[in-house]
Design a protein around this ligand. Structure first.
Ligand SMILES: *Cc1c(COP(=O)(O)O)cnc(C)c1O
Length: 356
């Protein structure tokens, strides 16, 4: 039995919802009415408070601003066919949040604390969950070192905040990507498998250089001479090679994406062969030469799927077959969307119903 925590709720006086067209919101620009805040002080996570979304006051000497103890999650809540509201794969997101926090030396948070906080916030802003296909409520839990102190040390105070915002279907144009052979997103032994803010800051520069060269993003590698592929931008990467779904096996320099995991599970369920293993640049070149590099795509919570149309390796461009409706990526994406809204059976208990 999960103990129900006492969450204080200070509701907004005038909801901003009437001014928003829920079926037409640019990604990442509209915020729901409320946020949830819980502070870690005196060695404990304090009870959560839900309040109107708004600015917070911080000290310029706040440790997170200087030494980067910041981790986050990104997940979605959906309006189900029967009108209820469900959070997708919340437990797996919680597990990853815990791993990220541990890697960044942030004190652990119980599942009860996280679970009650998530459910309470989504319930309060349930009217913000869009109902049109492909739309959802994007939820952003994060935690950062809030202690005011400028000496280098592990903080003793933290702030956990969750906010959300409605998002429409995120259509990604087929991407042109460049296999990055100079910069690395993450190194073995580093923080690549933690969802920490610094990984993003460090990736912006190489990505912007790639954009100047005419690419949409980079395919990160392990930096070895084999150029083993790791991720695509801020997404995991999957390939269809000779009718097998191939994706780099997880390591401490690859983020354990929940969309990636969902794709693998659904693919197996659909009878598609899946291989998690190393994929070097040479294999991509040779598969392309033989005409068996059928698909390449990124997966992540925001876009679900971002198809790749061109891969550049050491200055040479390899064009993939045109994206068609019967592509494996799109078939799995549709099944995933169906599971999320209750239009296909939820065999693995991925949906957490928060409001009937
Ligand atoms: C969040 C993230 C992903 C995708 O993870 P999902 O759980 O599928 O959203 C992939 N790579 C990186 C680097 C990420 O930060």
């Amino acid at each position: 039995m999960i103990a129900t925590e006492n969450i204080t709720i200070n509701k907004i006086k005038n909801s901003r919802l009437p001014k928003v067209d829920l079926n037409n919101v640019p990604f990442g620009s509209v915020l729901s009415d409320h946020m949830l805040v819980s502070n870690y002080i005196n060695g404990e996570w304090q009870p959560s408070v839900i309040e109107p979304f708004g600015d917070i006051t911080i000290s310029p000497a706040m440790l997170a601003l200087h030494y980067g103890q910041i981790v986050f999650e990104g997940m979605k809540a959906f309006k189900m066919k029967d009108g209820s509201v469900s959070i997708f794969r919340m437990e797996k997101h919680y597990d990853r949040f815990c791993k990220s926090m541990e890697r960044m030396c942030i004190p652990p948070m119980s599942y009860e604390h996280f679970n009650e906080a998530m459910k309470a916030l989504v319930k309060v802003d349930a009217a913000w969950v869009p109902g049109s296909e492909g739309s959802s409520l994007y939820i952003r839990p994060f935690v950062f070192a809030s202690e005011e102190r400028f000496g280098v040390k592990v903080a003793e105070e933290y702030k956990f905040i969750i906010f959300s915002g409605p998002v429409g279907p995120y259509y990604s144009n087929p991407l042109k990507v460049k296999v990055e052979d100079k910069y690395r997103r993450a190194a073995s032994g580093g923080t690549g498998s933690a969802k920490c803010a610094g990984n993003y800051g460090g990736a912006f520069y190489p990505s912007s250089l790639a954009r100047k060269q005419g690419f949409d993003q980079v395919l990160w590698t392990d930096g070895s001479s084999e150029l083993n592929i790791e991720e695509s931008g801020t997404m995991n990467v999957l390939f269809m090679i000779n009718n097998v779904l191939v994706t780099p096996s997880l390591s401490d320099s690859i983020l354990d994406g929940i969309t990636r995991d969902s794709f693998i599970t659904i693919a197996k369920d659909m009878g598609i062969k899946v291989e998690e293993r190393k994929i070097g640049a040479d294999e991509l070149i040779s598969a392309h030469g033989k005409g068996i590099l059928q698909e390449a795509f990124g997966t992540g919570t925001a876009a679900v799927v971002a198809p790749i149309q061109l891969i550049s390796i050491k200055g040479k461009d390899y064009t993939l077959p045109a994206i068609k409706d019967d592509n494996v990526a799109l078939k799995i994406k549709q099944r995933l969307l169906d599971i999320r809204v209750g239009a296909a059976p939820d065999k693995n208990n991925w949906n957490t119903i928060v409001k009937q």
